[in-house]
Design a protein around this ligand. Sequence first.
Ligand code: API
Length: 260
Amino acid sequence: MSKALQFYKYQGTGNDFVIIDNRTNNFKNNTKLVKKLCDPKFGIGADGLICLENSMNHDFKMVYFNADGHESSMCGNGGRCIVAFAKHLGIIEKHCTFEAVDGLHKAQIESNGQVQLKMSDVDEINNYDNNIVLDTGSPHFVSFIENVENIDVHKKGADIRYSDPFTKDGINVNFAHVEKDTLKIRTYERGVEDETLSCGTGVTAVAIAAADQKLISTNLINIKTPGGSLSVKFDKSTSGYENVWLIGPAKMVFKGEILC
Ligand SMILES: N[C@H](CCC[C@H](N)C(=O)O)C(=O)O
């Protein structure tokens, strides 16, 4: 017997998510169900699915699933969207602290509706064949190139994501171009296994990699993705980067019910 599931659809610079208010714990996730809900033909369609759940000591808890149905690492755009959703539900006003897979995140909603999300500190940055590998809550491979418009992101991204040493755990692959202090980025996302219009942890990774490579001279960076504009700010720390914030829009597109 099918049951009606209430859901909300959000997007943050075109990275889109099914969001479920699961404070009652009624939504029993499984890989097959999450994959179907994220499917554009047999379900709602999204890059990922997010459950908002109760937390003992903080405003709420975020549980993130990639479109392949598997629970995954931190989602920066999804983190900004769940904050906007928590405000919609009346759980928070302007500031919040929530639990996620990579620890606690502070966030605040600006008067223009943009959401500032505090990301994890970055303490390890590795070079790999003139590229950069780092983790901003999700693992990222960053390649600075001349022309991001013409690259085949799906093919080149999959080639790297399924190559040793990345094939076992996967990695998100970002192609970026620096123009003065603005970055243009396109991302192949693990777990979507395709290019997404934007990737929040990816944008954060590229901004920090550009600073670490001294390709930019500021610590407040404007980033253009195919889905829209984001900003990243951070401070240098003794071991890497801290006070890392991802800033940008997070919008409810629609809400609905789906039989499942
Ligand atoms: N697909 C990513 C998680 C979501 C990242 C992205 N949607 C973001 O905004 O950070 C991974 O499996 O590492």
